[in-house]
Design a protein around this ligand. Sequence first.
Ligand code: GLC
Ligand code: CA
Length: 581
Amino acid sequence: MTQNLADTSRSTAAAPTAVTTAVANAGESRGWWREAVIYQVYPRSFADSNGDGMGDLPGIRSRLPYLRDLGVDAVWLSPFYASPQADAGYDVADYRAVDPMFGTLLDADALIRDAHELGLRIIVDLVPNHSSDAHEWFQRALREGPGSPLRERYHFLPGKGQNGELPPNDWESIFGGPAWTRTENPDGTPGDWYLHLFAPEQPDFNWENPAVADEFRSILRFWLDMGVDGFRIDVAHGMVKAPGLPDLGSHDQLKLLGSDVMPFFDQDGVHEIYRTWRRILDEYPGQRIGVAEAWTPTVARTANYVRPDELHQAFNFQYLGTHWDAGQLREVIDVSLDSMRPVGAPSTWVLSNHDVTRHATRFANPAGGTQIRTPGDRELGLRRARAASLLMLALPGSAYLYQGEELGLPDVTDLPDEVRQDPSFFRKAGQDGFRDGCRVPIPWSGTEAPYGFGPTPGGPSWLPQPASWAELSVEVQSGDPTSTLELYRSALAVRREHPALGAGTEVTWLDSPEGTLVFRRDSAEGSFVCTVNASAEPVRIATPGRIMLSSADAVGTSEPKDGAVDGWTVLAADSTSWWAV
Ligand code: GLC
Ligand code: CA
C-alpha cells in the first residue's frame, strides 16, 4: 500500500521555532481549538523513563518531539494525579498532586513548559464526578461517622429494609453490581450506604454541596496557573443527580444508558456548573478550553454542553460508535454537523480512546459495539482503520487521536486474566471490562519487549506487549511510505498546509455509487474532495481532481485525453483519498 502519492512537503520538519510560531498563531482569532488535532496520551502506557514498567511524566516529556513531528496541535493527558489506581487514575486522592508513580509536580511543570516551547498545547483530565475513596474528605467522612459534615460532600444515605440492609435505591454501577456500598460505623456496626456510579473505590461527590463546587473552582485555577491549556472533563454528564435520587425501576439499566436520560446522567443542572467554569477559563489568556466527556442519548443533547457560555468541545461518541458503513457514516456526519451549528461549536470526531476497543480491531470484526473480544480479520481491520482515519481528518472540526492508532495498533484481545487491571473486568455484569486491551504500552523501537517503552530491553511493562508489535514500532514504521505512521504524518502535514481540511462546518455531498461517500469542502483558500469507498469491492468513479493522499493505492486511473470522456479512477476497497480540485 502506498498513501504518499503526492509530495506533501513535510513542512513539520522545519526549524522548531518556525513551527512554534506557526502553531501559536494558527486560528488564534477564531479559536485554536476549532480545528485542532488533539492527541490523547495515556500516561501509564506511553513511555517509561525509569524502567519500573509504568509510563511516567519524564517519559512523556522525552517523547514530545515525536508528537510535534507527528503534527498534532495539542496533547490530552489522562490522569496522572495521586491515586491508588483502582480505576487507572480515574480515582483521584489528591487533585493537586502528581502520583509518585508518574513523577512530581516539577515534572508536570517541565512537561507543560517543554510542550509550549514545541508549539504543543496541553489538556489535562479533570475528574469531578467522584474522588478516590482514599481522598482525605472521604476518609474523614468515614472516620467521623454519621453527622460528620464531610459526609454532605458525598452521597451517604441510610439503607432501606428493616435494618437498612438494602441499598437506598436501585441504581447500578456502570462497572456492574449495585451503585451503593454499605459503610461500617466507627463503632463497628453496619452504617449508611454511599453512592458510586463506578467502582466502590470511586465515591460520587454531592454537587449540591457548595464546598464541592468551591473546591473544583480552586482546582481549575491551580492547573490554569500551572499553564495548562484546558481540561478534558471526565463523566461531565454525571455530577448532578435527579432530586431525591429516584429509583429507576428497571433491571436492565445498562441497556438504557445512551438511549434515555437517566436520573444520574445528563441532568439539566450540570450546565450551571459549566457556565461557572467557562467564566474561569475566560479569565485566563490564551484561550483555555473545556472538553466534555458527556455520554448523552443524542448529539443534540451533547450540543447543550458546548453552548457559547459553556464548554468548547464535547466528544462525539455517536461517531465513535458508528461501524464502517457508508450510509451510517453519512448520517452521523450530517447529524453531528447539524447539531453543533446552532450552538456555534465545532463538531469533534474520534475513533479510539482508552475506554473502547481500538478501531483497527472494531473494524476487523462484524459490527458489535465498542467492546470487542476477538481479533477478527487483522488485515481488513487495518485497511478500514486507515481509511476511517483519513475520513475523520477530512471532516470539519476537531479530531481526537488515541496514542498508538497512528501505528495501526490492534487491540490486544488475548491478555491473560491474571494481568488484567480494569476494575470492571472484575465486576462481571458491568459494561467495559476489556479496556486493558487498548491500554497496552506503545512499541517505540528494538526487537525485544518492551520495545523502547522502557529504557532496558527485557525490562518490564505493566501489561505485556504481543511479540508481533516489534514490527509495528515507531522505529520500524518511520520512513516507510507504506506505513500507517507515515500516513498519519502525511495527513497531518497536508491538513496543516491546507487549513480548509479542518475548517468550516459544512460538507457538500456529491453523488456517488452505493457503498461510497464523496464530499467536497470549499473555502476561500481552495477546495478539495474526499472519496471514501467503504465497500469490499473496488468502485470506479470519475476522477475528482489531483490526488493528494490516499489510504491505499487506487486500483487504476485514466487521465482525460483529447477527445476522450473524463478520466476515471478505481477506488480500492476500504480506502479513502483526498483530492485537490
Ligand atoms: C470515564 C473514563 C473512564 C473511567 C470512568 C470513571 O469514562 O474515561 O476511563 O473509568 O470515567 O472515571
Ligand atoms: Ca516509570
